[in-house]
Write a protein of this length. Structure first.
Lengths: 390, 248
């Protein structure tokens, strides 16, 4: 059931419908958003109107009740059309960002928030990374201190995607000092609350690619959070966060794979048409083989990503598969984009052929939300049983 | 008014078709298939009629391989009510399609059959007309606009040099042209709803129709490649070139 080869009738219908929805948003649309930095509003509206944002949420909140497999298929289709991360990242957070809320929020929090996220009426951002702690989440410095009515949050976050337009923020902060906790990952709490622009200063970070979907530095100064915006138990936030990590890794994997296939297709087309030294450049093995290799790498990573999604949908552990797929998929995606640029010769460096934009975007998925090194640390330690290295 | 909408599964219009080396047809292996774009327009029109309250039920029918069920589902996701798949792996020529549809019409008694003016695979542009002849029903082909007018239909047709308006008594056959409407995309909630809509499965034999081919294809070839042109300095050179090429 949870597989994509061969695709079920539903999956084929999802893929075809997403392709149709994306049809009006061609290369020029994405090239323009990348130039101006304007949020891809029309694209987001079209996806929300088609009910796509609710793909993996229960029907009672207006979702379609499908699994990670279908969500992944949808996101891969988005990047595959050429939308890349400019498209995927603009809706990515609506798809899996609210998972901790769905899993661990109370019925009232879900009823209040999920339908608005699914309809696109509200947008959220996800604030975990901090300038001084990086991948070492247990060392984050943002504090949530108890008040009579709830909490006051102070601190800094970095890289928070989409914070300029978000109505809500899913934020993790320390509620008990690390040295008073039995383990470093305890004492962190998760909140889903209003992004009050008077209490959170947001500064966009100029960056390499995906200009349309901005990332921000957040300065949080006295953000008042009512008690009922706490998700689950105080001090258990990191555990809740972890639950959403595997699906997110799978989504990053397939988004990169879709992007890679898109770049590869362009390169193959160009290699067939471009004639130098009296024949198509694609007739040379020096051009053919890197393209063929990319196809094989993307396809292998794709298989692993959907294996992870299938395990997740079946309620089984998928940590090793999801992490490996994220590693392989984002590496293969980047390599495919790089190969596409090289295949285009000088034109690969020109914006006109779109592959340089794809290469810049593919780079981000190698770094965020978890780096290659941390994935390899995970596999070494948890799968191969090697001593923890950090 | 009950509307019957036949839909055909064809090569997706974005696919660059390849002729088989033996020139018997085009290569369908691993090629993306979709609903004939003209049929999307007829489904859209039927669904709009239902939304406007002029149609009571929209029945989708497809004749083709098992996978044509996906095409029916797409139409159901656009708003059709139920489907009929007449399953066959054989090539079904327009006359056989029209004969099967005539039997479906006898069973379903629709007030209107809305077809695409042609399918983009063989471009036959015959099925609607043949069906009208077999049933002896009035027909309005190449519809640009369809309006209900009491028990009749007013159909504005795209004809050479302009538009022609005809009035048809129902039951009637209408084939749709490109500019009738802009078909909607299936939304995810509607794809989910479509899963629960019934699709009856039949075979051509159930209707007692002999579908064996009446036509034989001699040869299928790629269109000739356009030769590059030549630029000339002035009119005199042009004329002399044309003369030496024997064109004038
Ligand atoms: C485009 C983009 C969007 C983002 N969006 C968000 C968002 O919405 N919300 C959010 O919270 N964050 C977001 N991030 C942040 C992202 O998750 C982090 O950049 C990522 O987790 C890496 O953290 P860091 O940048 O602090 O790197 P660091 O932790 O400083 O790591 C730097 C390098 O050191 C390596 N390293 C660190 N520790 C070890 C070790 N023990 N062993 C081996 N190598 C090690 C890392 O692998 C990495 O290569 C985004 C980042 C980018 C680029
Ligand atoms: C930023 C930039 C600045 C530039 N500045 C200048 C400049 O100032 N002046 C100037 O004259 N030019 C300039 N160029 C052009 C540059 O020199 C060419 O882009 C380069 O020589 C490649 O030529 P091409 O782009 O036509 O690629 P193509 O010749 O089309 O080659 C495309 C791809 O096919 C491969 N290929 C071709 N033939 C074979 C073969 N037989 N076997 C294997 N692989 C093959 C190539 O290695 C390449 O990967 C510049 C280019 C850039 C990107």
């Amino acid at each position: 059931m949870h597989q994509i080869a061969p695709m079920s009738e539903d999956q084929a219908a999802i893929k075809a419908a997403v392709e149709k929805t994306l049809e009006p948003f061609g290369d020029d649309y994405w090239a323009k958003t990348d130039e101006t930095g304007d949020w891809p509003e029309e694209f987001c509206d079209a996806m929300a109107a088609g009910g796509w944002l609710g793909i993996a949420f229960p029907e009672e909140y207006g979702g379609a009740g499908l699994g990670l497999t279908e969500a992944a298929l949808m996101m891969q289709t988005v990047t595959r059309t050429g939308a890349g991360y400019s498209g995927a990242s603009a809706i990515h957070l609506n798809i899996f960002g609210p998972k901790p809320l769905e899993r661990f929020g109370n019925p009232e929090q879900k009823r209040e928030n999920l339908p608005k996220i699914i309809s696109g009426e509200e947008k959220m951002c996800f604030a975990v990374t901090e300038p001084n702690s990086g991948l070492d989440t247990s060392s984050l410095e943002t504090k949530a201190e108890r008040t009579n009515t709830g909490y006051t949050i102070n601190g800094r976050k970095i890289w928070t995607t989409g914070a300029q337009r978000a109505d809500k923020i899913l934020i993790i902060a320390r509620t008990t000092p690390k040295d008073q906790c039995a383990k470093p990952y305890l004492g962190l709490s998760l909140f889903y609350t209003d992004l009050d622009p008077n209490k959170i200063e947001r500064q966009p970070i100029p960056k390499m690619g995906r200009k349309a979907v901005e990332c921000n530095m957040l300065y949080i100064d006295g953000l008042e959070v009512p008690k009922d915006h706490l998700i689950g138990e105080e001090g258990e936030g990191f555990k809740y966060l972890l639950q959403g990590l595997n699906p997110e890794r799978v989504l990053f994997a397939v988004e990169s794979i879709g992007l890679g296939f898109s770049a590869l297709e362009r390169a193959a087309t160009y290699a067939k048409e471009r004639v130098v030294f009296g024949r198509p450049i694609g007739q040379n093995q020096g051009i053919q083989h890197p393209l063929a290799k990319s196809w094989a790498e993307l396809s292998a990573a794709e298989l692993l990503a959907y294996k992870a999604a299938g395990l997740y949908d079946a309620g089984q552990d998928c940590g090793a598969e999801a992490n490996s797929a994220k590693y392989l998929g984002t590496e293969a995606g980047f390599r495919a984009c790089e190969t596409a640029v090289l295949t285009h010769g000088g034109m690969g460096y020109a914006k006109e052929y779109h592959v340089e934009r794809m290469m810049r975007e593919a780079m981000l998925a190698r770094i965020a939300p978890v780096s290659r090194e941390m994935i390899l640390n995970f596999i070494a330690e948890r799968v191969l049983g090697l001593p923890k290295s950090y | 008014m009950k509307v019957l909408v036949p839909v055909k599964r064809v090569i997706d219009y974005n696919v660059k078709v390849r002729v088989k080396p033996d020139q018997t047809g085009v290569d369908l292996a691993n090629v993306k298939m979709s609903m004939n774009p003209f049929d999307e327009i007829s489904v859209e029109e039927a669904v709009r009629m239902k939304e406007a309250g002029t149609a009571t039920e929209v029945v989708i029918v497809s004749i083709g391989p098992k996978q044509a069920q996906e095409t029916i589902r797409t139409a159901l996701a656009m708003g059709g009510d139920r489907g009929i798949l007449i399953n066959t792996d054989e090539t079904v020529e327009p006359l056989a399609v029209a004969k099967i549809l005539a039997k479906v019409v006898a069973e379903e008694s629709p007030d209107l059959v809305l077809l695409g003016k042609q399918a983009i695979d063989d471009d036959s542009n015959q099925t609607g007309q043949m069906l009208a002849a077999l049933l002896d029903w009035p027909q309005g082909t190449f519809a640009y606009k369809i309006e209900k007018d009491g028990d009749a239909l007013t159909v504005t047709r795209e004809v050479d040099g302009g538009l022609q308006t005809v009035k048809l008594a129902t039951p009637a056959i209408v084939t749709v042209d490109l500019r009738l409407n802009e078909p909607r995309y299936a939304s995810l909630p509607n794809i989910m709803k479509a899963k629960k809509k019934p699709i009856d499965e039949k075979a051509p034999g159930d209707y007692g129709v002999d579908i064996s081919p009446r036509l034989s294809v001699v040869k299928v070839t790629e269109p000739p490649v356009r030769e590059a042109g030549e630029k000339v300095e002035d009119v005199a050179t042009l004329v002399s070139k044309l003369k030496s090429a024997g064109a004038i």
